[in-house]
Design a protein around this ligand. Sequence first.
Ligand code: ARG
Length: 468
Amino acid sequence: MTKQGNKSNSTSSIWGGRFSGRQDDLMVAVNASIDFDQRLYDQDIAGSEAHARMLAAKGIISTADADAILSGLNTIRDEIRTGVFDFSHALEDIHMNIEARLKTLIGEPAGRLHTARSRNDQVATDLRLWVRQQCDDIDRACKALQHALMDQAEHHADTLMPGYTHLQTAQPVTFGHHLMAYVEMLGRDRGRFRDARQRLNMSPLGAAALAGTSFPIDRHMTASELGFDAPMANSMDAVSARDFAMEYLAAAAITATHLSRLAEEIIIWSSDRFAFIQLSDAFSTGSSIMPQKRNPDAAELVRAKPGRITGAFITLLTVIKGLPMTYGKDMQEDKEPLFDASDHLGLAIAVMEGMIRDMTVNKAAMRSALDAGFATATDLADWLVSALGLPFRDAHHITGQVVALAEKKQLRLDQLTLADLQSVHAGCDANCLAVLDPVASVTSRNSFGGTAPKQVRAAIAEARKRFS
Ligand code: ARG
């Protein structure tokens, strides 16, 4: 899409007044950001429109000039949208590409748009608008994923599976309960994007290069036109702050980390040893050599995304670290990691939603894994405490002996006879046999936030309201 301008080896006609020599090709190459910042065109044009209207309202430019500027900007927006705009490296960035085109389109009034403004407040404004939009988009995507998880959780509110610690069978849980853990994580992720959005929503526009301006501008007017809550209070902070992007990337890195955990579970669950779930054809890949393969490539890629997304966060911190007030060209390096992280996060969330919605659940495989894992051992220990009044440590020891016996006999815990149990501890009775049943086990964990199907259903209903 980007074309090298034919004046790529000349000095910018926009700032080149004091220059007579030509710019080295390497200077153009290192300096130009147009290949990536062209995606800020919508925000850049919105900022320019607000600025032009304000300049006219304050009598700084004439209404006729403002009208010409606004109509020129409209044309440029269409040209970029339809892919006919000719981007030039020599014009460095999106701001100067648009301004130069405006000059070609409307002539002299174009030169008045940059009154009381600098690229420094301009780019800070563009980027805040862009990150604000991303916060909203990512929030929406996370919400859709939460709903896919809740729909599956509803179907599986009483589907039993082993709950794990250390990836070793721990206690029976329901699959619905397990999925709802991710709904909660995503809820906090959304909160972080909302917090970031709220803090970033202040306008840098009118800070000009760094010190404000001698023109009688109205920063409140441009702030409100662009949907910001207020103008930023300090012009030097306004042009140099990038912590809004850091916060966004920190939130993105945490979300990506959460997604990678779910992705890893999907990979484990769909492996042929577990076979708890099967991914749909739509979200699986085959092998070019092994016809039996059904690979969870999408989940593996999501598992890998924290590499680039957390990397982007670290990149931005490192770029800004130690930068003196105010703007430095270093800050141009904020964009590529930001864009890349955002694109990949959006894709990862959408892919997870698709995988979760489409997956089929193999209840029988979950149940047999549960039965093989002595998952109700804690229930037996708890019973020895509550029915026989044993200290928990003794109960733990006795239960360990029961597990060893079952292992020796190659039986599940609930296949042991009363006589088997009594051979370990004489106090065992028929009630003690009943607690070894996994269904009884999950049903009994009816504490708030617990895995009992009743709690899980209540949690889903409450979460549907909270995350509506
Ligand atoms: N392309 C620049 C950036 O992304 C815009 C601001 C340039 N400002 C300047 N004083 N050179 O940071």
